[in-house]
Structure formats: C-alpha cells, structure tokens
Design a binder for this molecule. Structure first.
Ligand code: SAM
Length: 219
C-alpha cells in the first residue's frame, strides 16, 4: 500500500478500521505482560486509536507512529490536550505526558528515536500491509526491539479469494514465518467474528477469524 492510499483515506474520513472503544483483547491480555509503571510501549501504524489512551492510563510511556497528520490532530482533539510539537529529519512529533506521536513513515523509525522498548501493540498494523511489505515490516519491528520485548498482535484471517485487503488476511503460519526466528510465539485467542463484522460479509467474506498472539523477543 502506498502512503498516498492511506493519506487519501484519512483526508476523505474513510477510517472504518477505527474502533470507538478499547480493544477487548488488549484489556484482557495486556496485564499478563506484567509491565512496570513507565514501561515503554510502541504502537506502530497507530491511527487515532483509543487504545493509545488506554495504554497511557495503565502507566505506559507510549510511542505511536502513524503516517497521517489528520490522525494526530483528531487524536489530540479527542484527548482535549495540546501537544508540544517538534521535528526530526523524518517525523513531526506531537508530545503530551505519557504519549509521543510520530507522524511519518514507520519504516523510517529508528531504535534511537523509539528508545528501549518493553512492549509493542499491533492491532490492524501488520494486516494493513500487503504481503510484499510484511517481511520488511516484521524486520523493522524486530530491529526496534530488544531481548525480552513483549508484543501483543491482533490479526485477521479469511479466505484470500473472497476479498482484497486492507485489511489483508494473515495466517498463523505466516506470522510464525515472519517472527518465529526472532521471537517466541503463543496464540492467545482464536475467535470467529463474522457475525460481528457485517462490513466483511457485505464484501463477500464467509469466514472471518481473529487471532491474538503474544510474542517475546528472544535473548
Ligand atoms: C488499518 S489502520 C489501523 C490503525 C490503528 N492501529 C487502529 O487499530 O485503529 C492502519 C494505519 O496505518 C497507517 N499506516 C500505513 N502505512 C504506514 C506507514 N508506512 N507508516 C506509518 N503509518 C502507516 C495508516 O495511515 C492507517 O492509519
């Protein structure tokens, strides 16, 4: 997916992926990571997710990365907070206590900018990318982590012939191939969510499974 695809979607307000409430998988599974207050969490391809505020409310120091300036403006308007603004070579940075929001291309994020990470939250990020970009995304995400970094990953799977992404179908086998060499991987949940997703049914999808994985970067 080219950046223009997403920037145009944001400009047109086509953000059907955005959820108004905190992701239930995040609420259910995040506490098991046992993170300490002040833990550093990366949220790649963050949109304007309300999960960012939830993570911040847990005491995490959140670093979000998102292409769209619209998303940043909308997020901080919803939070009712005025961020401090700075620039790096590749990013416009919006910051309030507990949340740094980098507007720019995730593939330009560096370990120096992200800092030492305790955890990563990926909901609708890996699956937003077409198959040819997913290995580079996984490599980039891995390169930003250190030994022991935990990740919660929420992915979707549907018959690939039934719909063109995004969101793309990503199988458990592909996730194992992308991350298995560098991470331990545990599947935490596997739910049939077709009945709750009429937009997918309307696009011709007859099977839709949401899978949740916990990953841990190997030493
Ligand atoms: C499907 S949305 C998911 C947003 C968010 N994770 C959520 O759960 O609402 C994918 C987001 O990734 C952003 N995006 C796509 N490619 C990106 C890139 N290379 N760098 C940063 N953000 C990107 C898009 O602008 C879009 O907001």
């Amino acid at each position: 997916m080219q950046p223009d695809f997403w920037l145009e979607r944001w400009a047109r307000g086509e953000t059907g992926f955005h959820l108004p409430t905190v992701n239930p998988h995040l609420q259910r599974h995040w506490p098991a990571f046992g993170l300490l207050p002040g833990a550093r969490v990366l949220v790649p391809l963050a949109g304007k997710s309300v999960d960012l505020a939830w993570l911040r409310a847990q005491g995490c120091m959140v670093t979000a990365v998102e292409l769209s300036r619209h998303a940043a403006d909308s997020l901080f308007a919803d939070l009712g907070e005025t961020p401090q603004r700075t620039r790096t070579a590749d990013f416009e940075v919006f910051e309030v206590p507990g949340l740094r929001f980098f507007v720019g291309d995730f593939f330009r994020m560096t370990p120096a900018l992200a800092g030492p990470l305790d955890a990563v939250y990926d909901r609708a990020a890996l699956i937003a990318l077409p198959a040819n970009l997913r290995p580079a995304y996984a490599a980039q995400l891995t390169s930003l982590q250190r030994a022991g970094t935990r990740s919660l990953l929420v992915a979707l799977e549907y018959p690939p012939t039934q719909m063109n992404g995004p969101p793309f179908t990503v199988t458990a086998a592909e996730i194992a191939a992308l991350f298995g060499a560098s991470h331990t991987l545990e599947e935490l949940a596997c739910e049939d969510i077709l009945d709750a997703e009429p937009r997918f049914r309307a696009r011709g999808v007859t099977q839709l499974v949401e899978r949740v994985f916990a990953l841990r970067r190997r030493d």
